[in-house]
Design a protein around this ligand. Structure first.
Ligand SMILES: Nc1nc2c(c(=O)[nH]1)N[C@H]1C(S)=C(S)[C@@H](COP(=O)(O)O)O[C@H]1N2
Ligand SMILES: [Mo]
Length: 538
């Protein structure tokens, strides 16, 4: 009988291991990539690079032959090339794990190159590929380990008969080529099936997430904000400290601190966004985004602060907000007597408890849709968030807000209150030195000292600086845009050689001098005077 050359089953399994692991690599990368731009997904970047590298004659051939299906054909050929490579890597890894692993890393480097050479790529775009390669390696290892030893199946069937009778002990039964139902192979196929399913799920979830992100990003890009019915008064000249090194009076959106509990930024389409207003009110109602666009919007300069900010810390930012007064939302709902709190909830379940009275006392408490002339960035609550001057963010600044319940502090508690923070969170008066930086090395002579102080909704009316144990000196206050936003200051210091401590303290217009007593952020905000140490060269 003629010897039929058969591919040994373990080699088929090894190729399958390679295929499945390639799927795991790409699926995981696709899922992680949902948190990055589209071109950070190795599959998308490879596709783009594939198109760039296709020779013109082949492109023309593809267009001539396949017409508008040319891209599809290109991608299918790319898929075939990748599948073949994946099978080869699988076999390689089965023969010699180190070579297989090296081949995966090498292919990972090729994918990384495709990602990083795309226009506008940043190093962080490599994270999806890196995580994907790691997942692919683990998958490959798991599968290769489950392929039974090659010796058994590598022997062609008809060769068994050719082995001299005495070569095998007589009690060894004739060896059957293993089949897929062989119990020793079940573990391999079960693992391969599980991993393949996981890869498909990860890839599908990643694509869906990325798709939602692109829909929402597109909606944001196309959004035109209406003009404010009541504009913020123009910024007075001189709101900026004259000292170099002090941050900008208006914090650019991309530099604005971000604090939230969201693992993935919620993706809310303004077309379907709704705000439910209910609870202890005479009239419950729901409003949509168009209602907000059509309403009389106002602008305000309001500084936002996080309760977790330490003395001298950077968890504060100042922006021009555009939004609809929460006072108007509430007057439409008509709160019932006894209500003293509005519990706001975001689409991802975060809650904040805001005193009702603060939302009704006439300050610029907003359902904000604009931040520094743009729609809210996705990370800062797109399409709608709350902004309330004078309260820390954790009790007032709910991003991606979708629900307002009028209730009582006695009946409901909010996210951070349940975790040991206070139920109410009025901002504490704070001041910080931003220039010079701590541990700066300075030249003797005139040094421009400067920074920021805030006491939202009360306003800052005095800032003083102390050098070592000297007398407190008045700093020069920058212009005040509103009592709801921070106030910068500057101070000219004649620096003499040596190591010095600079200290700052501020007064607000209602409570006077900020307290010197040090307190930790938990449960209701840090207090204490900020100081920095600097060295003046001799
Ligand atoms: N949905 C949601 N909104 C939220 C939070 C959150 O975790 N989830 N954190 C709050 C806290 S603690 C602060 S300090 C501010 C920060 O807003 P920002 O990230 O725009 O600076 O958002 C508030 N709004
Ligand atoms: Mo916060």
């Amino acid at each position: 009988m003629k010897t039929l050359k058969r591919i040994p089953l373990p080699a088929v399994e090894a190729a399958l291991a390679g295929l499945v692991s390639a799927g795991v690599l790409l699926g995981v990368a696709q899922l992680v990539g949902a948190w990055f731009r589209a071109l950070a997904s190795p599959l998308v970047a490879l596709g783009a690079a594939f198109i760039d590298f296709t020779p013109v004659w082949l492109k023309n051939f593809a267009v001539d032959t396949f017409g508008t299906a040319d891209k599809l054909v290109l991608f299918i050929s790319m898929g075939v090339v990748m599948a073949v490579l994946a099978c080869l890597v699988g076999v390689l890894a089965w023969k010699r794990w180190v070579w297989g692993a090296l081949a995966v890393v090498l292919l990972g480097v090729v994918m990384a190159a495709a990602v990083i050479t795309r226009a506008g790529a940043v190093p962080a775009d490599l994270i999806p590929t890196a995580v994907g390669v790691l997942a692919g390696l683990i998958s490959l290892r798991l599968l290769v380990n489950r392929i039974p030893a090659p010796a058994v199946a590598a022997v062609p069937v008809n060769m068994t008969a050719a082995v001299p009778a005495g070569a095998a002990p007589p009690n060894v039964p004739a060896q059957e080529p293993p089949t897929a139902t062989d119990p020793s192979r079940r573990s391999f196929f079960a693992t391969a099936g599980l991993l393949a399913a996981a890869a498909v799920l990860a890839g599908a979830a990643g694509s869906a997430l990325a798709g939602a992100r692109r829909t929402v990003e597109e909606a944001r890009r196309l959004m035109r904000l209406p003009a404010a019915a009541k504009k913020a008064p123009p910024l007075p000249a001189g709101v900026q400290s004259t000292a170099q090194g002090v941050g900008p009076y208006i914090t650019p959106n991309q530099d604005f601190y971000r604090i939230d509990t969201a693992l993935a930024v919620p993706m809310l389409d303004p077309k379907t966004w709704q705000l439910r207003v209910h609870g202890m009110v005479e009239r419950e109602f729901t409003m949509n985004f168009q209602d907000l666009l059509d309403a009389e919007l106002i602008e305000s300069y309001t500084t936002l602060t996080c309760v977790s900010n330490v003395v001298g810390g950077s968890l504060a930012g100042n922006a021009k907000w555009l939004g609809y007064p929460l006072k108007n939302v509430l007057s439409r709902a008509r709160p019932l007597p006894g209500a003293d709190m509005v519990l706001s909830t975001s689409s991802d379940g975060f809650t904040a408890s805001t005193p009702l009275e603060v939302l009704q006392d006439g300050r610029n408490a907003l359902l904000a849709i604009g931040m520094n002339g743009e729609p809210l960035p996705l990370e800062h609550g797109f399409p709608v968030r709350m902004v309330v001057p004078g309260l820390y963010g954790f009790v007032s600044a709910t991003k991606w807000v979708t629900d307002l319940e009028v209730t009582r502090f006695a009946d409901k508690t909010a996210y951070w209150t349940d975790r040991g923070w206070s139920a109410k969170g009025p901002v504490k008066t704070a001041s910080r030195i931003e220039a010079p930086r701590a541990f700066a090395q300075l030249q003797p002579g005139m040094v421009a000292v400067g920074g920021t102080a805030w006491a939202q909704h009360r306003g800052i009316d005095r800032v003083q600086v102390q050098v070592d144990d000297g007398a407190w000196q008045d700093a020069v206050l920058a212009a005040e845009a509103s009592v709801d936003s921070w106030r910068q200051w500057s101070y000219r210091w004649q620096a003499e050689p040596g190591t010095h401590t600079l200290r700052v303290r501020a007064w607000d217009k209602v409570n006077g001098l900020q307290t010197e007593q040090r307190a930790d952020p938990i449960p209701d905000g840090a207090t204490g005077w900020h100081s920095v140490q600097v060295t003046v060269q001799g």
